[in-house]
Each structure stands twice: as structure tokens, then as C-alpha cells.
Design a protein around this ligand. Structure first.
Ligand code: CA
Length: 617
């Protein structure tokens, strides 16, 4: 009996001591990382009263940081000489009986991790919202660990879509011709209501159980890679959800920006570089909260910054990611977000990160791209490789409905957009899109006119940059943002078991849906192998009568794109394009597989039609 009693006492003591550390983050790390000065967040009752030590000559404690909250201890480690394996962190304080230790693991890094190549202009990005795309596992629609339960009837509710749903439809995405998936956030968002969008993260190291598990996410990336599809994680540095476990027990007052009363951001991002801006406006833009349930993280606090850097690197390394999309990039502390971005790019020099910089003029967008001359005016460098072409978005959403030509209406809007490319350090590393999960759906703007859809998709698939689609538009999905965000984030038809319309398959799609899908798929699959579109130069010609003509070319190939936004048939004289047509006398329109004679004096094109002509000598 005595023996059993002793074991029981030992077991009890052990589990009590183990409970003294409730969390360590990051939960594990790797050897041979560029980021080898690790900072562990250690969380537990009264943990700050312990003295940590490590008996491993290759792992050096370089700092122990305490805050005003005794539940936290931040342990700085130099692991530059560390070996793969598990080491013990000992915690001691007066009275030996309190001493205990926890294990920490350093894993073997996969061989090519450092050299991972991010998404680029050879890719087409497919943006989806996981809750609204496909429900591959009905058993996880609600979870006992999370507050909000599934309710498909609510526009702003959880509908049950998940990671398994994405895995089940990788072939659909591949068939469409997309080569990368940007899923809106998949991490735990355990807010009590309106949590499906995922931007109020409550556990930065955990996939939301309603989407699956960390392992399943890793599995998704692996399966996608096998089909030639990259994965871009939607990362939020600016804010967390108010139910985030760290927010509920703040390590330090300055972890977030705090105000006597709720203070919303003024969202005026121009204050970040406006030399006339008042200090208070600039401060409230950056430090104000994005929303009541989204406390604003303070990236100028080194503890917060380090936490966010390590969390992002952890996900890239753990899940084998191909890119990040950073939410509300320009609302972050400017210097902090630049350090964050640089740390990730230092770890993965060939990686790509695209930031959401939702602004409406090119100089303002350019300011946020790496090595921008606009940023350099005030010695700012964000180190952010890719930005979003919001001004092109603005043009696309207006010009295809403009049929009467005037000085600045119609295709001239696209022309003017690209005319300002000189402002960008790298215009080919920009996301090119007509819509996303926050904007009006294009098929709504086009009032269901497929010809306008075709013009818009042809444009984004053939200009410089990285095209990005938004799920559902490729089958003609509509929905009016004026009726709330739920209207532009409807469930993809066929993603739920009882759906009568399965738009994931050729046979399940309606004739109209197939017309949308087949056009998009043909164009994008052609683009996939057209290097000249990925990296070629551009020459464009001033639009006349709402017809925009541009060429994409390199030393070997040339493609002539003609976008006739005029509802009437147009005849264009070809001699105007002599500097690009050169010795080319014919071409194939890849959209219709029609051979065109370019030795004639002119070319006729139907109203509201585009031609994508591969030139032949
Ligand atoms: Ca589900």
C-alpha cells in the first residue's frame, strides 16, 4: 500500500507542478533557423516568482523578462548552437519542494525550408472564406470548446465550412487554373457572435476546431502542393479578438493600445505619411481599435513584436506555407510592422508577403512596398514585397459599366492606372483583382452581364502582377454588399450535402455557370504556361473609342490583348501598333482558338469582347 501511496503522491505533485506552466509559446521550435534568438512566453500561476535555468551548454539564457503580471515570464534563449532534441527548463525558488521542470523541443528543420519560394506573378490566387466554401466534415460544425454554434440560416453565423471542404475541392481549384489558395483566417476565433470571418483571433497557435486541427491544416498544404497549388495564410498582426486568452489576462498594460473609453481608428491611413497631419489624427489611426471586439496590438512593445514574429515564422515552418497575406497592414505601428516583415523575409529570402493597403492612389500604395522611393522620402522601408492594386480594382469596378467614352471614362481608367507604375518599386509583385471578401461582388456590379465579367477577368489575367479571384464569381455568383457582408460571402453551391446545385462539377453546374467556369478555366490554364504573361514587359496604347490594346512580350514571344469595352463592333487600324507587331503577320486568339490575319490594314472586334492573341511570324 505504501508504495502505491508514494506513487500517488508523486503523481499528484508532478501534475500540480506541470500545471504551474499552463502554456509555453511557441510550443516548439527548430534548429538551424535564422531566428535563433528565441523568446518563450511562459504562462502559469505565479510563474514570475521562479528562477529559470537550463543545464545544456548549447542553450544559453540571455534574458529573463518579467512584467507587472506574475502569470508571465519571458525567457530569452540563444539556440544558435543547439542540437535537435528535447531540453529541460528548470524552475526553482526558495524551498526545494517547489522546484519543477518542463520539457521543450527543438525539431529538425526540413532541408529546403529556408529556400521556399513564395507565390509570384506565375500564380493565380483563389481567395475563399472557409466557413462559406464547403462543409467537408459535418461533425465539426459546432464544438464544445467554442461559443458560437453553427447556424446556416444566419447571414453572419457559422455555416460549417472547413478545411476538409477545401481538401475535397482541390481538384476543382486546379481545374479552374488557380495555383494558390488564400483562405481567410483559419485560426481559432472564439468570439461569441459573428466569428465566422476569423479576423478576431483568440488562440494564435491553434486552428479553429470548427475548421479542423493544426495537423489537418498541415495536411491541406501537403495535398495542395501535390496538385501544384500553393497556400497563403491570412495573417493578422494589427489586432486580436477580445476573447483571446492573452487579452483576457494581459501580460502588460501596453500589450494593446488602451484608452479611457472605446476608441475606434479613424481609418485615415494618409496620416501615416502626411507632413501636415496632426499628431492626434496619426495616433488615433494607428492606435485606435479596428472594432469593439478587436483590441489593437501594440507592435512597438518588443514583447508583442517578438511574439508576432515568432508566431508567423512558426506557422510558415510548421505548415510549410508559400506566402502570407497581412490584414490591415497599414494600420499597424509603422516601425513595428516593418521589423516584423523584415524578420520573416530574413528567414525566408524567396518568400512573398502581400499586405492589405486599401488606399486609392498609387503614391499612397507605393509607400508601403519594399524599397519604395515614396517611402524613402521620409526614410521609411516596410520591407513588404507585395501590395494590392486597389486603384486597379477601383478602375475595374467602374469602367466596364462606362460605355460612353469621354476623357477619363472607360478603358482609359486602366491605362491611367498602369501609366503610374513608375511609382512602384516592383509593379509585377502586386495583387491584381476585381473584388475580394470586403468589396462589392463584380457580377453584382455587372448586373449579371457575363460579357463584362469576361472583360474584367481577361484584363486581370493578362496584365502585370498576380491575379486574384474571389470564390464563386467564376460560376457567376452575385450578392449585394449593400445588404451586408453576408450577401457577398454566400455559401458556394455544392459545398453542403443537401445543395441541389453542385457547381463544383461540370454536370452539376447550370449552363450559365458552365459558361462562366469554362471561360475562366480556359484563360487561366493558358496563363499557367504563358511565361510571357508572368514576366514579360508591357507596352500599351492610349485607348480609343473604349478599346484598350496592350502587348506583353519578351525575347521569344509576344501576346496582343485587345479589350473592346465599347458595346459596338470596332475596327482598329493595325499600323498604329507597328512597333509591337513588327514581323508578326498572324496570331491565334486563345479564347476562341481562332486564327487572325494581322497582315491586313485593320482588325475588327465585336462589342464587349476581348481578344488574347498569341502572335505568330
Ligand atoms: Ca464542418
Amino acid at each position: 500500500m505504501k508504495k502505491y501511496l508514494l506513487i500517488a503522491v508523486l503523481f499528484l505533485t508532478f501534475s500540480l507542478q506541470a500545471q504551474k506552466v499552463k502554456k509555453i509559446e511557441p510550443p516548439f521550435w527548430w534548429t538551424n533557423m535564422n531566428h535563433n534568438q528565441l523568446e518563450l512566453l511562459i504562462y502559469g500561476d505565479d510563474i514570475a516568482s521562479y528562477k529559470p535555468s537550463i543545464e545544456n551548454k548549447n542553450i544559453i539564457i540571455t534574458g529573463v523578462k518579467k512584467t507587472e503580471n506574475s502569470h508571465y515570464l519571458f525567457l530569452d534563449l540563444d539556440i544558435s548552437k543547439a542540437q535537435v532534441g528535447t531540453f529541460k527548463i528548470n524552475f526553482s525558488k526558495k524551498g526545494k519542494k517547489n522546484n519543477f521542470s518542463v520539457n521543450y523541443k527543438l525539431k529538425q528543420r526540413s532541408k529546403n525550408s529556408k529556400f521556399r519560394k513564395g507565390f509570384n506573378s506565375s500564380d493565380v490566387v483563389y481567395l475563399l472564406m472557409p466557413d462559406r466554401f464547403a462543409n467537408g466534415d459535418v461533425t465539426n460544425d459546432s464544438s464544445k470548446y467554442t461559443f458560437e454554434k453553427a447556424n446556416r440560416k444566419l447571414k453572419g453565423g457559422r455555416h460549417g465550412g472547413d478545411i476538409q471542404g477545401i481538401i475535397n475541392h482541390l481538384d476543382y481549384i486546379k481545374q479552374l487554373g488557380a495555383t494558390a489558395i488564400w483562405s481567410t483566417p483559419l485560426l481559432e476565433d472564439n468570439q461569441s457572435v459573428y466569428s465566422y470571418h476569423g479576423y478576431a483571433i483568440t488562440n494564435p497557435y491553434k486552428i479553429d476546431p470548427r475548421y479542423g486541427t493544426n495537423e489537418l491544416y498541415k495536411n491541406l498544404v501537403e495535398k495542395a502542393h501535390k496538385k501544384g497549388i500553393k497556400l497563403i495564410m491570412d495573417y493578422v498582426t494589427n489586432h486580436w479578438g477580445s476573447n483571446n486568452w492573452i487579452i483576457k489576462d494581459l501580460p502588460t498594460y501596453s500589450w494593446i493600445h488602451q484608452f479611457p473609453n472605446f476608441q475606434r481608428s479613424n481609418y485615415r491611413m494618409s496620416t501615416q505619411f502626411d507632413s501636415h497631419a496632426s499628431k492626434i489624427d496619426a495616433k488615433l489611426c494607428m492606435d485606435g481599435w479596428f472594432d469593439k471586439t478587436m483590441p489593437d496590438l501594440n507592435q512597438s512593445n518588443p514583447l508583442v513584436l517578438k511574439y508576432l514574429i515568432q508566431n508567423a515564422i512558426w506557422w510558415i515552418e510548421y505548415a510549410n506555407l508559400d506566402g502570407l497575406r497581412v490584414d490591415t497592414y497599414s494600420y499597424n505601428n509603422k516601425e513595428g510592422i516593418a521589423k516584423w516583415t523584415k524578420a520573416i523575409m530574413d528567414e525566408y529570402p524567396n518568400f512573398n508577403i502581400v499586405g492589405e493597403v486599401w488606399m486609392h492612389n498609387q503614391a499612397a500604395i507605393s509607400y508601403w512596398q519594399k524599397d519604395s522611393k515614396i517611402g524613402a522620402i521620409e526614410s521609411y522601408n516596410s520591407y513588404l514585397p507585395s501590395v494590392m492594386d486597389f486603384t486597379l480594382h477601383d478602375a475595374i469596378t467602374a469602367m466596364f459599366n462606362q460605355e460612353n467614352t469621354s476623357w477619363d471614362n472607360g478603358m482609359i481608367k486602366a491605362y491611367n492606372n498602369f501609366a503610374n507604375d513608375y511609382l512602384y518599386p516592383n509593379s509585377n509583385n502586386m495583387l491584381v483583382f476585381a473584388e475580394n471578401h470586403d468589396t462589392q461582388r463584380i457580377n453584382e456590379i455587372f448586373n449579371g452581364d457575363i460579357n463584362k465579367y469576361k472583360l474584367a477577368i481577361t484584363l486581370i489575367a493578362t496584365v502585370r502582377g498576380i491575379p486574384q479571384l474571389y470564390y464563386g464569381s467564376e460560376i457567376g455568383m452575385r450578392g449585394n454588399k449593400n445588404n451586408g457582408d453576408g450577401a457577398i460571402r454566400k455559401d458556394f453551391p455544392g459545398g453542403w450535402q443537401k445543395d441541389t446545385n453542385d457547381a463544383f462539377t461540370n454536370l452539376g453546374r447550370t449552363t450559365k455557370q458552365n459558361e462562366y467556369f469554362n471561360f475562366t478555366s480556359k484563360l487561366l490554364n493558358w496563363r499557367k504556361t504563358s511565361e510571357v504573361i508572368h514576366t514579360g514587359k508591357t507596352t500599351h496604347y492610349i485607348p480609343e473609342n473604349n478599346v484598350y490594346v496592350y502587348f506583353r512580350y519578351n525575347e521569344k514571344k509576344s501576346v496582343m490583348i485587345v479589350i473592346n469595352n465599347n458595346p459596338k463592333e470596332q475596327t482598329i487600324p493595325l499600323n498604329r501598333f507597328a512597333e509591337n507587331l513588327k514581323k508578326y503577320t498572324s496570331g491565334i486568339d486563345i479564347l476562341t482558338d481562332t486564327k487572325l490575319d494581322l497582315s491586313k490594314s485593320d482588325l475588327t472586334i465585336s462589342g464587349k469582347t476581348a481578344l488574347v492573341i498569341e502572335l505568330k511570324k
